[in-house]
Design a binder for this molecule. Sequence first.
Ligand code: SF4
Length: 267
Amino acid sequence: MITTEVRCKSLLNPSKLAVYCVNPYVGCQHACSYCYANPITRRFSRHPEAWGEFVDIKVNAPEVLRNEIPKKTKGQVFVSSLTDAYQPLEKKYELTRKLLEILLEKQFPVCIQTKSSLVARDIDLLKKFNEREVGFTIITLDESVKKNFEPFSSPIKERLDALKVLQENGIETYIFAGPVLPHITDKDVEELVRTASELKVDYMWFDKLNLKLGVWDNVQQILQKSYPQLLPVWKEIFFSKNDYYSKLKERITKLCREKNVKFRFCY
Ligand code: SF4
C-alpha cells in the first residue's frame, strides 16, 4: 500500500449526487472490483498501482474547506463520491471527522455513504446536524461473496451493527444494495429487504452493475477465478438485449411493498 500525503487546492465541489461532494482521499483501500471510481480516478491521478494499493491523503483538506465554506451557498454535501471517507486510513488521519466538524458549524446538510463501521465513531457530531443521513452499501449478507468483490471493506455484521447504533441515535439511515450481481447477490435481495425492515432503515436504494469505464475487466477477473460458470451468463446479460434487470426491478418492488420498506432505484 502506497500512501502519500498531498495538498489539495479545492475540496467542496459540485456533485450529481447532492449539491456538493467532498473527497478527502484519492484512492480507496476497500478495493472493490466493481468500483467505478477506479477508472475515473486514474484519469486525473497517475498511479500505476492496482486499485486499493494507493491512497493520496489530502492533509490540508480541513483548512481548504474552512476557506471555501463562507463563499458557498448552503446545500447538501455528499461524503464522499470517489472514495470511502471511512476507509481504514481515516482512523489515523481523522480528515472526515474534521470536515464534519466544519460542516456542522455552518449546518450544511450531509449525506454519508460508506462500507465502513468506522462512521459510528462520529455519532456525537452527526447527532448535532439538523439534516444528515448515513447510508451503508451492503450488496450481500454472505461474507465470502463480500470478500470476493470488496475484499477490505468492513465485515457485513459490523456494518449492520453500526447501522443499528446510528438508527438508535436518531440518525436517518439507508441501505444501498448496489450493484446487484446477477446470480450471485440477487439471491440475497429478499434477506436484505427483510433486514432493512427489521432494522427500520428509512429506505433502500438498488442499483445494477455499471460496466462503463473498464469495470468489466475487473469483475471479469473475479468471475474467472470464483464463478467461471457464470461468465457466459453475464455476457448474455450485459452484452445483449436482456430483461434481467427489469425483471429484478419487478421482484424488488414486490418484496419491498410486502415488507413496507421504502425503496428507490438508480436505474
Ligand atoms: S468502497 Fe466505494 S470507493 Fe471504495 S473501492 Fe469500494 S466502491 Fe470504490
